[in-house]
Design a protein around this ligand. Structure first.
Ligand code: AMP
Length: 654
């Protein structure tokens, strides 16, 4: 381990110290990234205490996955969710105590403390600061392993509603971990910074941002105002206008709703009755579950969570549980069914959003929010995204991983404070072209490099194969003509298109880069009305030097790339022509004069051979000859097309 480079004092890392999970991130020349060491990047905020005569103080701690996974074995000495106790008195924290598996007692000045009880009956009291300090020390070690040098300074995030005592407790935890906490940042502010909001020089107007954070056990929403700093180099600042939320609402509630449904149906099955699929009220979970041993309850919760997560991707998810010999519970849950179940808790979050908007009303002066950011694992649920978008009237930002966005933003703040963020790629111009893969691996560029943001472009596409019911869109960045020489930013699929002949679907693809550099790609098939979209932040992970290299390479390969792109397009278009003309030739060929027929046959054969050759090796054809051959076929087929059109007008349906 080396000391930080002389003169730099090293990076300032960003830490998301969460109720359930914690992460550490850094900002370097590639932008912000979450750090990983030994396969760990998301550290469960769980600490187990073990007696260890050889360790200082006679105890040692185990932090993270192992502590979390074995919490049920050692409930009295495994501490989780200590964030709920930070800087709070025992009486303030009382409402939270039922949900903690360990004992909480009153310490000095009435402060809440955890009591760890060992198997031999001995115990030890620890402050929430100490426990958080243990988590922070683990994150410090993780960052040092990942970076290869010491880390001494950090930006740590806290919920916007934390009071001074809670913020001070967080600073103290950092000190105990050997970290200088240079700044405490509100979690919603960090989320906004991760999207580049407020970090760019030259933002010229005030913006209002809503941050909707739905995790496993808590929900909060904040309305922020960004006031730009004016001139270049001036820092913009965020102000929290209002917050609202529910510290007892999250993804776990959705798991419980599914668990009670499963439990009730299993009981009906065991009783020999038909499984009744009508829904349960939220409150009845406990009763439904009383009939099952703890291990079954845990298994049901695991099944429920996995069904819930799969339904964020798929339209349905199945479970199969062997209850006992010969008795198997099998259940397929559809997304619609889950959405009916999940709607009431999700509507409760929107009621909190309405409160937050109301509380900020005076400062908002009737204006709406300009951007909505989603934070927390539960915001992957499509219904959450849809309803939040509808509520605020703005499509929410989803480009960044909702579990990482706060840590990434803390790292951006660290980067700004240490000077690493200057000269970054958070620019007003789009440094590299953005496009979509077309048939044959060519790239259609929709937004060209050096366009200024915001930018919008649309283009129409269609299918290349008959009866295609889904279209995959690969979004790429770069200056070269072929996908294999560009950087793929992400893929999504537009499915559910009714089968139609090739070339008939009308696919409108729109690219929109907003002022924060977030790219939103949406695809809309006009005949069926089907839509799908994707968001990405194209500039993450790119340095200025890489942009320069990509540009230089595009010049070096320009001629070859253009030729290849042309050949690939000719293959696609000629194939469609051959198919269309071939079909009509079969049908109406006998109505042509013999000379025309022979000419057309020769042209079809010639172009067909050209396509085959180009498919085998694009270099083996001369694109000008190829183009001429296609034109010749088009010309030779004019009479055939006339016949076909007049037949179709007569209702032949050709
Ligand atoms: P967090 O507290 O932010 O880590 O969020 C954890 C919650 O997000 C848990 O309730 C998870 O079950 C939930 N979650 C994570 N991934 C998904 C997903 N793909 N779909 C639905 N919920 C998810």
């Amino acid at each position: 381990m080396s000391a930080p480079e002389p003169g730099t004092r090293g990076a300032i890392v960003g830490i998301d110290l969460g109720t359930t999970n914690s992460l550490v991130a850094v900002y370097d020349e590639q932008g912000p990234r979450v750090l990983e060491a030994d396969g760990v990047s998301i550290l469960p905020s769980v600490v187990r205490y073990e007696q260890s005569p050889s360790s200082p103080g006679g105890v040692r701690t185990v932090v993270g996955v192992d502590a979390k996974d074995r919490a049920v074995e050692f409930p009295s000495r495994t501490l989780s969710s200590v964030k709920r106790l930070m800087g709070r008195s025992l009486s303030d924290a009382r409402s939270d105590l039922d949900f903690l598996g360990y004992e909480v007692v009153e310490g000095t000045h009435g402060q809440a403390r955890a009591r760890v009880v060992f198997e031999d009956g001995s115990s030890r009291e620890v402050t929430p600061q100490e426990v958080s300090g243990v988590i922070l020390r683990t994150l410090k070690g993780l960052a040092e392993s990942a970076l290869g040098h010491e880390v001494g300074r950090a930006v740590v995030t806290v919920p916007a509603y934390f009071d001074d005592a809670q913020r001070q407790a967080t600073r103290d935890a950092g000190r105990l971990a050997g970290l200088d906490v240079v700044r405490i940042v509100n979690e919603p502010t960090a989320a906004a910074l991760a999207y580049g909001i407020g970090a760019r020089a030259g933002a010229d107007s005030t913006e209002t941002i809503a941050v909707y954070d739905l995790g496993g056990g808590t929900f909060d929403v904040s309305i922020l105002r960004l006031t730009p700093g004016g001139g270049e180099g001036e820092t913009s600042f965020f102000q929290v206008l209002s917050t609202a939320g529910d510290t007892r609402l999250g993804g776990d509630d959705l798991d419980h709703l599914l668990v009670s449904m499963f439990a009730r149906e299993i009981r009906a099955l065991m009783a020999g009755g038909e499984a009744d699929s009508s829904r349960l009220e939220t409150g009845s979970t406990r009763n439904e579950l009383d009939a099952f041993p703890a291990s079954t309850r845990r298994a049901l919760k695991m099944f429920a969570e996995s069904v819930k997560c799969r339904l964020s991707e798929d339209e349905s998810a199945s479970v199969r549980i062997e209850i006992n010999e010969g008795l198997v519970y099998e259940r397929t849950v559809t997304r619609d069914e889950f959405e009916d179940l999940a709607a009431p808790p999700i509507e409760r979050t929107l009621a909190a959003c309405a409160r937050a908007v109301r509380d900020a009303r005076d400062q908002l002066g009737g204006a709406g929010v300009d951007a909505v950011i989603l934070v927390g694992g539960s915001t992957r649920i499509p219904l959450v995204r849809r309803r939040v978008g509808e509520f605020f009237g703005v499509e929410p930002y989803t480009a960044l991983d909702p579990d990482r966005v706060v840590a990434l933003g803390a790292a951006v703040q660290g980067g700004i404070l240490s000077g690493a963020a200057s000269g970054s790629l958070l620019l007003d111009v789009i440094p590299l072209s953005l496009g979509v893969e077309t048939s044959g691996g060519a790239v259609a560029k929709l937004i060209v490099r050096n366009s200024s943001a915001p930018a919008r472009a649309t283009e129409m596409f269609s299918t290349g194969v008959d009866g295609q019911t889904s279209i995959k869109l690969n979004i790429v960045q770069g200056e070269r003509e072929m996908v294999e020489d560009c950087r793929s930013l992400g893929e999504f699929e537009l499915s559910g298109i009714p089968p139609m002949p090739a070339g008939i679907p009308q696919l409108e693809v729109e690219f929109l880069v907003d002022t924060n550099g977030v790219l939103r790609v949406s695809a809309h098939e006009r005949r069926s009305g089907k839509r799908a979209s994707l968001q990405v932040v194209p500039n993450h992970g790119l340095t200025g030097a890489e942009v320069d290299r990509i540009e230089a390479e595009s010049f070096a390969h320009a001629r070859e790339d253009m030729t290849r792109h042309r050949v690939v397009d000719l293959i696609a278009n000629s194939s469609l022509d051959l198919k269309w003309i071939g079909e009509r030739f079969e049908r109406y060929g006998d109505r042509l004069e013999e000379a025309q027929r022979q000419d057309l046959r020769a042209r079809i054969a010639e172009l067909g051979e050209m396509v085959e050759r180009a498919r085998a090796d694009w270099r083996s054809v001369d694109p000008n000859e190829f183009h001429a051959s296609k034109e010749a076929l088009d010309l030779a087929s004019v009479r055939l097309q006339e016949i076909s059109i007049s037949e179709s007008l007569r209702g032949d349906g050709a």
